[in-house]
Design a protein around this ligand. Structure first.
Ligand SMILES: NC(=O)c1ccc[n+]([C@@H]2O[C@H](COP(=O)([O-])OP(=O)(O)OC[C@H]3O[C@@H](n4cnc5c(N)ncnc54)[C@H](OP(=O)(O)O)[C@@H]3O)[C@@H](O)[C@H]2O)c1
Length: 368
């Protein structure tokens, strides 16, 4: 049999099959081991669907053999939600003598309760195996379940010396293909992407998620797309000249975040076209971000990936609204005309990764 670490590695890979698809629930992977062999696997595929432990038990199709081990990335739930408590399911199935758990339940009201229930029933329980990876898998869920607020992460790509805004006419790509592919990987995790009006004007981005499957097929889908535009200047012109996020096949997935200063005719035309508009008092500062966060929570949008540009990120950072940051740094130096200099300091969970010739620095901010 593999070690507990190896088995948890497999369970993590199973959990990631539902990358970005389980919100507001966590991603979870589980497997059942009998006499050293993995005999069943499962993962939580979508909100409202069966939990990973139950999927693994169902996949087995018979009661586990006496002495079996259940391996699961997240502490099994001890309270019955829509799908019943997984601890009960494990105990009722019989046979399982040991449970190996990655991360404990991040919800302080539940943490450790599943472990207690299983131990009280006489099962051996090992906790904390690859706990950090298992917890990191659910950055968004962990934040949402403990605060009731969306997890707001900023992403910025800069030159080596920290500049994010290229001069007019310069090549708009700061980082290479591998880093850009990584951005799409993280876009897929988040239920929503947000950009400022300046980025819509200069780049006319699609803000969809594009990725390649293991078999080489290229796929594209679209989560929520937020455009922060206080006056609705991005929708002022004729519809024929609108940016693609107001006109493409996914325009119903676009929400324009605007203010009391919004142009009334642009607002009406956007709504007629099927684009949603959130009119707030202001889109800026502490008040703007607090209202944005409340509105996201009301719609169960549990995570937002702020893709830029600099002005939007700077305002979010100043307002203390950023929970997490992804900073891609290219080896290229800035030159005359570059703007938007960032120097992010992470408070915890700091990681560095290499993507091609670029470096990703990521971690949690100290949120006020
Ligand atoms: N390096 C990167 O990772 C990256 C990422 C994206 C874009 N870019 C580049 O950055 C440039 C655009 O960035 P930018 O800084 O000029 O513009 P931006 O941040 O995309 O948009 C700024 C505009 O958004 C509106 N806005 C609404 N609410 C806001 C808020 N809370 N905070 C800030 N702005 C708010 C403002 O216009 P109103 O006041 O009219 O609403 C403001 O002028 C482009 O060159 C683009 O290619 C770089």
């Amino acid at each position: 049999m593999g070690t507990d670490e190896e088995l948890l590695g497999r369970a993590l890979a199973l959990a990631r099959r539902a990358w970005g698809a389980t919100h507001p629930n966590p991603m979870v992977g589980a497997l059942i081991v009998e006499d050293g062999e993995i005999v069943a696997e499962g993962w939580h595929a979508r909100d409202g669907g069966p939990h990973a432990e139950r999927v693994a038990l169902a996949a087995l199709g018979r009661p586990p053999r006496a002495g079996a081990t259940m391996v699961v990335t997240l502490e099994p739930c001890s309270t019955a939600g829509r799908t019943g408590a997984c601890c009960d399911a494990i105990l009722r199935a019989g046979g399982v003598a040991r449970v190996v758990i990655g991360a404990t339940d991040p919800n302080p009201a539940h943490a450790g309760r599943g472990v207690d229930v299983l131990r009280a029933a006489g099962l051996a329980v090992t906790t904390g195996v690859r706990a950090e990876e298992c917890a990191e898998l659910n950055l968004i869920f962990n934040h949402w379940i403990t605060t009731g607020r969306p997890f707001i992460a900023g992403k910025i790509a800069t030159t080596r010396d920290g500049f994010s805004r290229p001069p007019q006419g310069a090549d708009r790509w700061i980082t290479g293909a591998a880093a850009r592919e990584d951005v799409h990987y993280w876009r897929r995790l988040f239920p929503a992407i947000a950009v400022g009006a300046g980025t819509v004007r200069s780049d006319n981005p699609a803000l969809t998620r594009r990725w390649r499957e293991a078999d080489g097929t290229v796929r594209e889908d679209c989560g929520w797309r937020f455009v922060f535009d206080a006056t609705l200047a991005t929708a002022a012109g004729a519809e024929a000249n609108w940016p693609r996020v107001y006109a493409d096949a996914w325009k119903q997935r676009t929400i324009v975040v605007t203010s009391a200063a919004a142009d009334a005719s642009a607002l009406a035309r956007l709504e007629t076209a099927g684009v949603r508009v959130w009119k707030m008092e202001t889109t800026r500062g502490v008040a703007g971000w607090a209202e944005f966060s409340r509105r996201c929570a009301a719609e169960r949008i549990t995570g937002v990936y702020l893709e830029g540009g600099f002005e939007l990120l700077a305002d979010a950072a100043r307002a203390g609204a950023l929970d997490y940051g992804f900073w891609y740094r290219s080896p290229r130096e800035s030159a005359a005309g570059w703007g938007g200099r960032v120097e992010w300091m992470f408070a915890s969970g700091f990681r560095t990764e290499r993507h091609g010739e670029d470096e990703l620095l990521r971690g949690f901010f100290d949120r006020r």
